[in-house]
Design a protein around this ligand. Structure first.
Ligand SMILES: [Zn+2]
Length: 178
């Protein structure tokens, strides 16, 4: 049986106060996923089918414009989020510091199967360097047309660091909040 996410969060030292202070949204874990893309390392990146379709359309439009995009990270389970946070805690990083770059389990957009961390060849994944690429400029001009939006711009109210690589598919008239 699955524990409530707030219990899981508390076990990692993430208090209700912190969750409230950050104003974080809780996300449902996607159930029906398909493989949206397979990385050159063989890793399968999963999304819900609607997001996967939109992603492929976006990617081929980018390709036609001479922009090469690939997924670094897509769906991530709550369990996996816990494991990633635990590994950082074990490495001696404080929970406060961890939570500027990672959402508490249950509060990551990656749980929805709609969020993607995007990269382009020649750039280190999930770094601010991505903002300086032609790929990022292309996304800023075109991604919205495919339903993808930049989730964490500079100064985002949730208090996450600026993440130019993290985009989320928002199908019209659908909300993922619980
Ligand atoms: Zn992300």
């Amino acid at each position: 049986m699955q524990k409530p996410v707030t219990t899981t969060a508390a076990e990692l030292g993430i208090t209700d106060d912190l969750l409230v202070a950050r104003g974080l949204r809780q996300y449902q874990e996607a159930r029906e996923l398909i493989i949206a893309e397979v990385g050159t390392d063989g890793r399968e990146h999963q999304l819900i089918s609607q997001a996967a379709d939109a992603w492929r359309q976006l990617r081929s439009a980018a390709n036609e414009a001479g922009i090469n995009l690939f997924i670094v990270s897509a769906f991530r389970s709550i369990e996996r989020q816990v494991a990633i946070i635990r590994r950082k805690l074990d490495a001696g990083i404080s929970i406060e510091e961890i939570l500027t770059v990672l959402a508490p389990p249950g509060f990551s957009e990656h749980h929805t199967g709609c969020a993607v961390d995007i990269c382009t060849p020649g750039t280190a994944p999930a770094t601010l360097e991505f903002e300086t690429t032609a790929a990022f400029s292309w996304l800023m001009d075109n991604a919205n047309a495919y339903g993808f939006y930049l989730s964490y711009p500079q100064g985002n109210p949730e208090g996450f660091q600026y993440e130019p690589w993290h985009w989320c598919f928002h199908p019209a008239q659908t909300t993922f909040t619980t």
